[in-house]
Design a protein around this ligand. Structure first.
Ligand SMILES: [Zn+2]
Length: 252
């Protein structure tokens, strides 16, 4: 009888230990997810421009998203963090890597200028550089990457930036400083503060072109871009309302 009680007690204690381990595990996992979410859910788009390529294209080799915008326009940090790299690479050109509290690393490539240095703390919306086409880039654009935990040469931890910034298709207009998860325009929008304010001239920046995607009409583009149908037709010398996908429309 005594032996039976002893065995019963041991079984109960073991069950308790196992459930505690399990609870502890799920708790810390939940906490990590929550932390990641609170950091990234208010990320902002890093630049003004038109989405010109998305994640996973070029036979899966394109591990980022491309925002084609104006030469020398501001590139903003999507969230707070610390600069872990700021250098010139043959492929990325002038590139900045920022590590965020959630352990995500964001990469800003092909910059014309870099305004931040390794070890520097960055606030959300800080202007870290200017858009360019340094390194292996065919036009003026920001190549933006997000990685979980660390950037690796094989880009093993790369994640589709759309998962963090909100979905965007080729031809969509995005605006730097705006969080896409909600429609809130953060205080940083178009009044970005710079960590090196001497180098940044405050000026308003507008998206200058739009790549037509299927389903678009002149009026949907007009309302999206805040330019009238008449003006779009005039600037682009359109004689009818017919537009076709991949057509590039000037907006100002
Ligand atoms: Zn790219």
């Amino acid at each position: 009888m005594y032996d039976y009680i002893k065995r019963f007690l041991i079984a109960i204690i073991m069950a308790l230990c196992v459930s505690l381990l399990f609870l502890g595990g799920t708790h810390s996992k939940a906490a990590t997810l929550l932390e990641e979410k609170s950091d990234t859910e208010r990320w902002i788009w890093p630049a003004d421009g038109v989405i010109s390529d998305t994640y996973g294209t070029r036979q899966g080799r394109h591990k980022g998203i491309d925002i084609a915008g104006k030469w020398d326009s501001p590139v903003l940090a999507v969230g707070e963090g610390v600069v872990v790299k700021s250098y010139f690479s043959d492929t990325y050109g002038n590139v900045v890597f920022i590590k965020h509290p959630s352990n995500f690393v964001t990469v800003y490539a092909h910059l014309n200028h870099r305004y931040v240095q390794e070890g520097q703390s960055i606030k959300q919306g800080d202007c870290i550089g200017k858009m360019g086409r340094t390194g292996q880039a065919t036009g003026t654009h920001l190549h933006f990457e997000t990685h979980r935990n660390e950037w690796r040469y094989d880009k093993k931890y790369a994640l589709d930036p759309e998962k963090l910034l909100g979905s965007a298709a080729v031809g969509d207009i995005v605006q730097g400083g705006i969080a896409s998860s909600e429609k809130n325009v953060l205080a940083v929008s178009s009044q970005y503060h710079s960590s090196n304010s001497n180098n940044v001239k405050q000026k308003s920046f507008k998206v200058s072109q739009y790549i037509v995607k299927s389903g678009d009409t002149l009026s949907t583009i007009a309302s999206k871009s805040n330019v009238s149908v008449e003006k779009i037709k005039k600037i682009n010398h359109l004689t009818s309302d017919i537009i076709k996908p991949k057509q590039i429309l000037k907006l100002n």
